[in-house]
Each structure stands twice: as structure tokens, then as C-alpha cells.
Design a protein around this ligand. Structure first.
Ligand code: FA5
Length: 344
């Protein structure tokens, strides 16, 4: 009897160790066979031993063996239940299926393009300024030489918040705000959002982006303006476009010009091109020498200082860099379009 008791103790110890090592159903079955197999299992061996005991010891010994057997069965059942649950889970999550694709966020193509433009100007020694999108009539028009009722205001019609406040129609009012605070030398760019009463078409949007440039210093001439824009456009388009200056009119520059680049959408080869109208050229910016009256408006002496300014459409220019035939694509938020420009 003593012998049997210590054997059960020994088996129990070994069982506890072995059961903690079981990781899968195959190992579980192996352990079950070792202990519970009808012919060669340890429990069957104990039963054989039981038969050799005197009758008066058989009852207690039999109970001990049964308790041990129950314990083994219960532990093995627990493990089996755990494995079954895991099996179900593995079935529910089919790891062989392709995962749900997760897209990285990316800056908007116009933002990427704006930064490219800024980089070129920063290399030329320009710094970046900013101004409000809700502007007063004074900064948007009057200080830039558009008196009330001047017909040129019609080209820059916009949304008015009240008689004096409006959504700015160009980035030029920031020229005035900067010149009121800083004295020459001034060499700045002003990227930002602008608004106009405009019917959308492939090259026009009612809300778009401009980049203003302003240089005021001693001895600045039209040659500086041409050189700066020429350098910028050649750097931007890797010398792949032609550039032309046309005489124009802006109330705040004199003389004034508009700058066109050759149409990269049709390369001047399509008479019905919706972007250049078949002319082969598209206007991307207005520019000129700062009008002496504008300098006077901000207390800069026009006898001593001169300057040039330009205002370039960021969306319009981006269209030609990316050869996009319709500006509205930038604003439709079609992810298939936007992802084409993702940096990843
Ligand atoms: C102006 O806005 C002047 N402030 C530019 C300027 C600045 C002239 C400094 C002289 C000195 P304009 O309205 O032409 O000018 O606009 C300038 C550029 O903005 C255009 O050449 C074009 O590239 C872009 N642009 C104008 N209207 C739209 C529009 N509706 N949608 C998209 N881009 C536009």
C-alpha cells in the first residue's frame, strides 16, 4: 500500500510538470496515452498493482487511484477545451487572407507644389510672409491704387462680409501690410488662399492659391524682375517650357506685365485644347514695377527706392508642372487622383 501511495505521488508530480509543457493537441494525446492508455498507461499499471494488495487495503488504494485518475482526466479536459477555443479563433481570423490596406496620409499635391516653389525662392534669398484671408477694402483695393468705383475692381469681384470686409481677391494686400512694418531692403514671397466671384472652368476656380513676390530696394529695375521670374520658371520646369512677357495693366504696378508659359498639356499642338484655347500659351502670373503711389501709401520714398512685384497662380502653375488638364481635379478630393501625388 505504501509502495502504491508513493508511486501515485511520483506520477502526480511528473504529470504536473508534463501538463505544463503541453502546447498542442498532439502533445496532449501523447500525455493522455502515457497515463490513461488501457493496457500500458500508468493508471492501468496502478490497477494491476491494486490486484496484488490484500483485500482490506484494496478499498483505500482503489480510492486513491480513482482520485488520481479523475485529476488527470480533468486537467487533460481543461487543456483540450483551451485548444478547441483557439482552433475556433484561428478559423474566425483567416490569416491567409490579404490584410485591409491602410493608406498613409500625404500632403495635398498643391501643398507639395507650393513647397517646391517656396524652396526655389528661399534659395534666391526670399523670406516667407503671411496675411489675413478676410481683408479690408483698404488693403485689398485702395492702398493698391484702386479707388472706389474704379472699373478694374470688376475683375477682382469677391464675396463681401460687409461694406468694408471682404474675402481677399489676391495676395497683393499683404505687400502693403509688410511695407507698413518693414522698410527696404524687402525680398519676400506670400503664398496664400484667395477668392473671386468666378465660374469654375478648367483654368479658373472661385477659390485658389497665389504666391505673391515683392522686392523693394535701391536700384531695382525691370531687368531684376525678368531675371528673377526667368530663373524661377526655368528651375521649376527644368527648362522644358518657353516663357513670354506681355504688356498688361495693374493699378498697383507701372509698367505691368503678364507672363505666359507654353502649354504643357497640348504642347501647342491642339487647336481645341481646353487649357490654352489652342493658342499654345497660358497665363500664370501678373507682375510689374511697384507703382510710386503705392510706395508713397506706405511712406517709402519712391525717389530713393524702387521695387517689383508679381502674383502667380499656384494651382495654375501646378497644372502645367503635373500636366493636369483641369484645375478642378485638385479640389474634388478624389483619392485616386490625390494618391497619385503621395510622396510614398
Ligand atoms: C493678380 O491677382 C495680381 N494681384 C497679380 C500681381 C501681383 C500683379 C503683383 C502685379 C504685381 P491676376 O488676377 O492676373 O493678378 O492673377 C494672377 C494669377 O492668378 C493669374 O495669372 C493666374 O495664374 C491666377 N489666377 C487668376 N484667377 C484665377 C482663377 N480664377 N483660378 C485660378 N487661378 C487664377
Amino acid at each position: 500500500m505504501k509502495d502504491l501511495k508513493s508511486k501515485i505521488e511520483q506520477y502526480r508530480k511528473e504529470f504536473e510538470e508534463a501538463v505544463s509543457e503541453v502546447r498542442d493537441s498532439a502533445a496532449l494525446q501523447k500525455l493522455r496515452n502515457l497515463y490513461l492508455s488501457r493496457k500500458k498507461g500508468y493508471v492501468a499499471g496502478l490497477m494491476d498493482q491494486l490486484k496484488t494488495l490484500p483485500n482490506e487495503a484494496k478499498r483505500d488504494a482503489g480510492q486513491l487511484i480513482n482520485t488520481f485518475k479523475d485529476h488527470i482526466q480533468a486537467e487533460l479536459q481543461k487543456l483540450q477545451d483551451t485548444f478547441q477555443k483557439q482552433k475556433k479563433y484561428v478559423k474566425a481570423v483567416d490569416l491567409t487572407l490579404p490584410g485591409t490596406k491602410c493608406y498613409w496620409g500625404a500632403p495635398h499635391p498643391l501643398r507639395v507644389f507650393q513647397e517646391k516653389m517656396e524652396d526655389i525662392f528661399l534659395r534666391m534669398g526670399f523670406s516667407i510672409e503671411d496675411g489675413p484671408e478676410i481683408e479690408t477694402d483698404y488693403y485689398n483695393f485702395e492702398a493698391l491704387n484702386f479707388p472706389p468705383h474704379h472699373p478694374a475692381r470688376d475683375d477682382w469681384d469677391t464675396l463681401y462680409i460687409n461694406d468694408d470686409l471682404l474675402l481677399r481677391t489676391h495676395t497683393s494686400p499683404v505687400q502693403i501690410r509688410v511695407m507698413e512694418k518693414k522698410k527696404p531692403p524687402i525680398r519676400i514671397i506670400i503664398p496664400g488662399k484667395v477668392f473671386r466671384k468666378e465660374t469654375p472652368d478648367p483654368t479658373h476656380a472661385p477659390m485658389f492659391f497665389q504666391m505673391e513676390g515683392l522686392v523693394v530696394d535701391l536700384g531695382i529695375t525691370f531687368a531684376d524682375l525678368k531675371g528673377t521670374l526667368d530663373f524661377f520658371l526655368k528651375a521649376m520646369f527644368h527648362n522644358k517650357i518657353k516663357i513670354r512677357f506681355r504688356p498688361s495693366f495693374f493699378p498697383f504696378t507701372e509698367p505691368s506685365a503678364e507672363v505666359d508659359i507654353s502649354c504643357t498639356v497640348c504642347n501647342g499642338k491642339k487647336d481645341d485644347c481646353r487649357v490654352c484655347g489652342g493658342t499654345g500659351w497660358v497665363e500664370i502670373l501678373g507682375a510689374g514695377m511697384v507703382d510710386p503711389q503705392v510706395l508713397k501709401n506706405v511712406n517709402i520714398d519712391p525717389e530713393k527706392y524702387s521695387g517689383f512685384a508679381f502674383g502667380m497662380g499656384i494651382d495654375r502653375t501646378a497644372m502645367f508642372e503635373y500636366q493636369i488638364p483641369d484645375m478642378r481635379l485638385f479640389y474634388e478630393n478624389d483619392l485616386r487622383f490625390i494618391r497619385e501625388f503621395s510622396r510614398k
